[in-house]
Every structure is written in C-alpha cells, then in structure tokens.
Design a protein around this ligand. Structure first.
Ligand SMILES: Nc1ncnc2c1ncn2[C@@H]1O[C@H](COP(=O)(O)OP(=O)(O)OP(=O)(O)O)[C@@H](O)[C@H]1O
Ligand SMILES: [Mg+2]
Length: 375
C-alpha cells in the first residue's frame, strides 16, 4: 500500500466538529474511548456484563474472546447501534450513550461480513457515506480514489459486491470506513473471510495503516494469533466480562486466570494439580529436556512419561504425564523447537524441566492467579 498517500487523510480533519473545551479537558484525563460498567441484557442473556475499558488515543486495542462472549454487542453499543441496558460510553471526553446518535459519534465500523450494498458498485459503496453528508462530487471522487489506491482496489471500482472475491469485498469495506476520516475505527473480525496466507499479509497491512493514520481503533477477533500480532493491548473477554487487559506479552506471560492461560497459546498453558487448592501452570515451549537449560538456570525437574510425539515441521509436540504428580491423569505437552534434537521415544521416561521464572499458580476453585505461589 502507498502509505505516503495516507498523510493526505489529515486534509479531511478540518471537517471534524470542534470539541468543546470542557470535553477536551475531560478527554485529557480519560481514555479516548471509555466504557464504564457497561451492560447489555437480551432477556435472560447478559451479553455484556459489566465491562470497564479505556482505549488510549491512537491505540489499537484488540477484543479477544470465544464466540458468543459479547464482542460484537460491545462494539455495537460503542457505535450507537445498540442501547446499553446500563453503564456509560465516553468518546473524546463526551458522554455519548444517551443522546448522541451513531452518525454524530465519529465512528466508522467494519462489520463481520461487512454489509456492503449489493446493488451499488464498489465506488458507490465507498462514496455513500460522503454523499450522505453532502460532499461535492469532486471531493467525493478524490476521497474514493485515495482510499481505493490505498487498498489496491482502483481497478475494481465499477464492480458490484457479488463480482468481487471475499478479500476484495473486505477491502471495499475498509475503504468505505476510512473515507469518512472517523475519530474511531471499530473493526469486527474484518479479516475473517480471508484464507490464512492472505490474512497474515492483510494483518500486516492493517497495522501499518493504523499506525500511519493514528486513528484510535478497537479490533475484534477470536483468533489469538491475530490478537497477539495486532494489538497494542489485548482485552480478553469471556461470557460478557473482561478477564484481563494488557499488552500481548503481559496477558501471555502473566495470565490473570486459567481462562486466559488456556485461551492464549497453541497448545495452551499446561495446568496440573499442585495440591488440593492450587493448579500449577507452565507453557509448553518452556517445558524442555533438562540438558537444554544452562547449569546456572534455576529450574524444577520432572520426569515425563512420553505417550506421543508429533512432528510438526517447525518443531515437535511431546505429550505425556508427570511421574511426580500424585494425580498424574492429566496429560501435559512440551513444545520443542527444531533446534532441540534430543531423541525422544514414546513410552520412555525423560527428565524435563521448567524454569522457575515460568512457573505460574492458580487458585483451583476460582481459577484466579495467585500472586504468591502455592498456598
Ligand atoms: N439481538 C440479540 N438478541 C438476543 N440475544 C443476542 C442478540 N445479540 C446477541 N445475542 C446474544 O448475546 C451473546 C453475545 O453475542 P455477540 O454477538 O456479542 O458475541 P460475539 O462475541 O460477537 O461472538 P462471535 O465471535 O460469534 O461473533 C450471545 O449469547 C448471543 O446469542
Ligand atoms: Mg461477533
């Protein structure tokens, strides 16, 4: 993508409503987008169940969680398409949840499935939001041309959505989102229709684009790799609640609970019973044959009875049971990179070790991380 052309987006900035000084003052103390104790109930279903979050200006915040955890509902409330049952939404220091309609919130949303108008050409799909606010035809042509160039879809502007591939439709939807020069982007799984290869490239491009343009962005995905790769910070959600907010490294290395520990990572964190109150957690890639560790490293050694070895090209997954654990009916997984060539055979016992810095403990009953190790 020609990132230089992104700078011209600033030219549209003058159209934004000037913020009042009071809200500007509040905005400097608050996040750019804030949700406070936000709830959405659909009858018995608590789709969003008391969410607090704060997005910094210019940040790319990723909402990550399993299907049905409330990601889309949360986004729709921020966009103004769904009314909260309870709670507050603030954008740029202004409370918006009660009487600021979607159009006035300065938000562009790209939906799951992108909702293009089937009977309009790609051009008109992109230009439509500008027509709706009464832009001149010349200004519209310039804006569409700029966005279409950025997403590499200029040759496709005369086609209708059904004449486009999934990836091309996605780009049309993204182009439509950027022409309005919004204050906030809400992206709801915008890459979900792309195949794995295209997805990695599109992810890279999207991040470059967001960094360059600097627009505050909330990005929804249930793909943890995408979340780790894209997010400045990640919000991990489950069942309508926020489980943890942090940088990708923080949520990966120090999961707040067993849900986060096992939702992130492939394979997930190993969890074995430590005692009747405590689960012991360690990442597969830090559970390695003992000789792998330098002599001065503080490690704890286990005997792993190997049941199965999978050769995955980039490494091996070794499945087995810890001989030390009294209730050793829980399998654990070791993830060995190709650089570790130790021969490992099934049905043998080997010394494996975990560095102490990588050992995590969780309360068995609540699943919450223990600050202080096992009770
Ligand atoms: N309009 C509605 N009426 C009733 N229930 C709804 C409605 N919209 C969403 N729900 C329910 O609220 C919960 C959260 O739905 P939501 O679409 O926000 O999940 P999601 O995290 O976006 O999931 P996915 O990853 O599958 O898109 C689900 O249990 C869903 O069935
Ligand atoms: Mg959804």
């Amino acid at each position: 993508m020609p990132f230089d052309s992104l700078r011209s987006l600033r030219a549209f900035d003058s159209e934004r409503p000037k913020a009042m000084s009071e809200s500007a003052k509040r905005a400097s103390r608050m996040g750019y987008v804030e949700a406070k104790d936000l709830h959405k109930h659909f009858g018995e279903v608590h789709a969003v169940d008391g969410v607090d979050l704060s997005v910094n200006q210019g940040e790319l915040l990723v909402l990550l969680g399993p299907s049905g955890c409330g990601k889309t509902t949360l986004m729709r409330m921020i966009a103004g398409l769904e009314e909260p049952t309870l709670g507050e939404i603030w954008i740029a220091g202004e409370r918006v949840d009660q009487d600021v309609p979607p159009r006035a919130r300065g938000i562009a949303m790209v939906f799951q499935g992108y909702a293009l108008y089937p009977h309009k050409t790609a051009f008109r799909n992109i230009s439509f939001p500008l027509e709706a606010i009464g832009k001149s035809p010349t200004a519209i042509r310039e804006a569409v041309d700029w966005a279409a160039t950025m997403f590499g879809i200029r040759p496709l502007l005369a086609r209708r959505p059904r004449q486009l591939s999934g990836g091309e439709r996605q780009r049309v939807a993204l182009a439509r989102a950027v022409v309005r020069s919004p204050r906030v982007f809400l992206f709801d799984e915008p890459l979900s229709n792309l195949d794995a290869q295209l997805r990695a490239i599109a992810r890279f491009e999207l991040k470059q684009f967001q960094r360059e343009i600097g627009t505050t962005t909330i990005y929804v995905t249930h793909d943890q790799v995408e979340a780790m790769g894209l997010g400045d910070r990640i919000v991990v959600m489950n069942k309508g609640k926020v489980r943890q907010i942090g940088t990708p490294q923080e949520v990966y290395d120090n999961p707040a609970d067993t849900f986060v520990a096992t939702f992130l990572g492939s394979p997930p964190m190993n969890l074995v019973e430590h005692d009747e109150n405590t689960l012991f957690g360690f990442r597969p890639e830090l559970f390695l044959p003992r000789p792998t560790f330098p002599p001065h490293e503080d490690i704890r050694v286990y005997h792993l009875r190997v049941r199965q070895v999978e050769h995955l090209g980039a490494g091996r997954l070794v499945y087995g049971y810890l001989e030390e654990e009294s209730r050793s009916d829980q399998p654990v997984i070791a993830g060995l990179p190709v650089t570790i060539r130790t021969p490992i055979a099934e049905d043998q016992v080997y010394e494996f070790a975990v560095p102490r810095r990588a050992m995590r403990y969780f309360d068995r009953r609540t699943g919450l991380k223990r600050q202080d190790g096992p009770a």
